[in-house]
Design a protein around this ligand. Sequence first.
Ligand code: F0G
Length: 483
Amino acid sequence: MGMNSMGLQAGQVDKKALSLAFAALSLRCVECASLYPGVEAQPRYRCECGGVLDVEMPFQHPWPREMSPQEGYDALASAENDLMPLAGADWRQLFDERAARSPIWSLDGGSLLLDHSGVWRYRELILPLPTSLIVSRPEGNTGLYPVGIENCGDGRDGHQRIGQFAGVERLFLKHEGENPSGSFKDRGMTVGLSMARASGARAVACASTGNTSASLASYAAQVGLPCFVFLPAGHVAAGKLAQTLAYGATTIHIDGDFDAAMRLVEQVCHELGVYLLNSLNPYRIEGQKAIGFEVLQQLDWQAPDWLALPAGNLGNTSALGKALLQAYQLGLIGHLPRIASIQASGANPFYRSYLSAFATREPVQAHTVATAIKIGDPVSFTRARRVIEQTNGVVEEVSDEEILAAKSVIDRAGIGCEPASAATLAGIRKLVGRGVIKRDERVVGILTGNLLKDSVTGIPQQPQNAPLAANIDAVRKLLHGLL
Ligand code: F0G
């Protein structure tokens, strides 16, 4: 059996490192501020008061390169370790060095390319898990496309049309659909599945509008854990369902919406001791923070003015906001970007609450063509509200027509995305139109899912004509008419 970088045989867990890692973690209720241990015999996803939980941990200092991981853990554990807190410039240098290293696989297997993962590259800010427990594809390293009127570069008229549509001079689109399973969920799932393994889970489960299930099924298959996914029957895009089934998950189609599936999976996980991997699980949020860190690194740590993203269950808004706040606190960036959280107008409980300065909170019966964000009672509501308040952010709503118009602009530029992702661009355009986002501000929009996830909604359909005769005259005639 091959040895891994910690000098352990594959499959063997360093118990000391694990208990040190767990001891560093705690969970705080976002409603009443009660504090719990980070890991308990029965995994905890909510406070006694019903509130959702947020991971708290001291940022682990990266140990000097000449120390082995074991010596590093020992140094961190010892009371008189003299590892000084890092300055922002040191963190930046550490992450830049890791990103610059080319991925090299060892032939005898077992080596994990942690520095090459767009999540674990930032591991001190994500979760201090022993390397031997980390489950990674690896994920991240997704494209950041310059598509603004001014910053898209010469000869890229197709991309520039996106900037013109939005009315923004310097605009970037971060394509999280380029993750291994085709959505941003993989960033949370690598951390969630690693925690499931570390906690000795016997099975994993989630409720999903499709992307979480595809991602969970993929990571569960990687480690061979049984996986159960609860889906709103008939409301999951075909590509996502195909992935979930192909990766071997058991699908449970609920005669109800996502919110009903979510309530059921939470209850059943509690009763049957199955590890829950919705973003209700606070460790998933820690992984999704890496979207923010990676955007900042790709912009050479020059923070943009705005980050816009689609909002459904509100896990991603919570994660991105937490990442930006931490990056700012650590001195990785010099100013805090504002977050624009965009909802579909038929699934807009967060937007409605925002209009009343969050004085009210009412679930809605959700309807939208963007099935990924068809959610009426978001689980991470309070976490996300805090993010909007702390980043001086905004919440906007866009109609299905606006979503589909934005999607066709992104698709026709050759980038492409699934419908929910296009809410980002529709929202930016609307906020520019209302004068909230200024034309000359630097804006990053997150595209959350791959175009192939949903190959029907908003896609021009093939004409049903008879096929063209297979002769050159017929082809010439057709093309003459088109050129
Ligand atoms: N975009 C896509 C493509 C999504 O799949 C989701 C959520 C979101 C945006 C919204 O993110 O929930 O963190 O606010 N999809 C979940 C799922 C609900 O089950 O795949 P959020």
